[in-house]
Design a protein around this ligand. Structure first.
Ligand code: CA
Length: 230
């Protein structure tokens, strides 16, 4: 299994043919793709599946794309998820550009898939660096996601694949408190049953590996909640 959990993208598009083109191309690029044909479905998936990114068509039959975007950005639980809007007309693009929607970026139809994917990667480089093959640094710990290597104080460390994913997740947002459920979803994937205590076991192994050559324990236990780095 790839130690990097693939970025999960929610595509909201009512045209089946366009939805299929997006699904095909995004999956070919290694994304985990969720599809919604309309606003209600999109809002449900947003709550239940916590995507890393939303590709949102402006023109939707029931709830408009602009309204969905407004709701994503008004909810503290989903606000940080980047939204890339697809707009059909120049005047729509003008309004997206004016940031009236809170969208993070936009692409005007007809768009090139290559350009769209470049823009999605751009957003994810900011919010999911470990999934984008970046080098993550926290104090004296360096994690190279492309090479799958971890160093502390310049010394290479030996981590199992699960500990690697766990550390990559924690290093994406130092200081953020992750619940066991969130770690389970990100590190093990949503389709696997894992006992919550298994997470504690792997955190224990990660700490041991990180402290193998000295240094303090960088993984903090947040009582009753989960774990945080630093
Ligand atoms: Ca549409």
């Amino acid at each position: 299994m790839d130690p990097r959990q693939p970025p999960r993208v929610l595509v909201v598009e009512d045209e089946p043919a366009q939805r299929e083109v997006l699904r095909y191309n995004l999956e070919a690029e290694g994304f985990d793709v969720l599809l919604a044909g309309g606003g209600d479905e999109a809002l449900l998936l947003l709550r239940e599946e916590t995507p890393d990114l939303v590709v949102l068509d402006w023109m939707l039959p029931e709830v408009s794309g602009i309204e969905i975007c407004r709701r994503i950005k008004a909810d503290p639980g989903t606000r940080a998820i980047p939204v890339v809007m697809l707009s059909a007309r120049g005047d729509e693009a003008d309004r997206v550009r004016g940031l009236e929607t809170g969208a993070d970026d936009y692409v005007v139809k007809p768009y090139s898939v290559i350009e769209l994917i470049a823009r999605l990667r751009n957003q994810l480089r900011r919010t999911r660096p470990s999934a984008m093959g970046e080098r993550l640094v926290h104090e004296d710990i360096v994690l190279d996601t492309a090479e799958h290597r971890v160093f502390r104080g310049g010394q290479p460390l030996h981590l199992g694949p699960t500990e690697f994913r766990l550390l990559a997740t924690l290093m994406e947002k130092p200081g953020r408190v992750w619940t066991r459920e969130q770690l389970l979803d990100r590190v093990w994937g949503r389709d696997i049953y894992v006992d919550m205590r298994t997470i504690d076991v792997h955190v224990g192994r990660l700490r041991k590996a990180l402290m193998a050559q000295g240094g303090s324990n960088p993984v903090r236990t947040v009582r009753g909640t989960g774990y945080a780095l630093g």
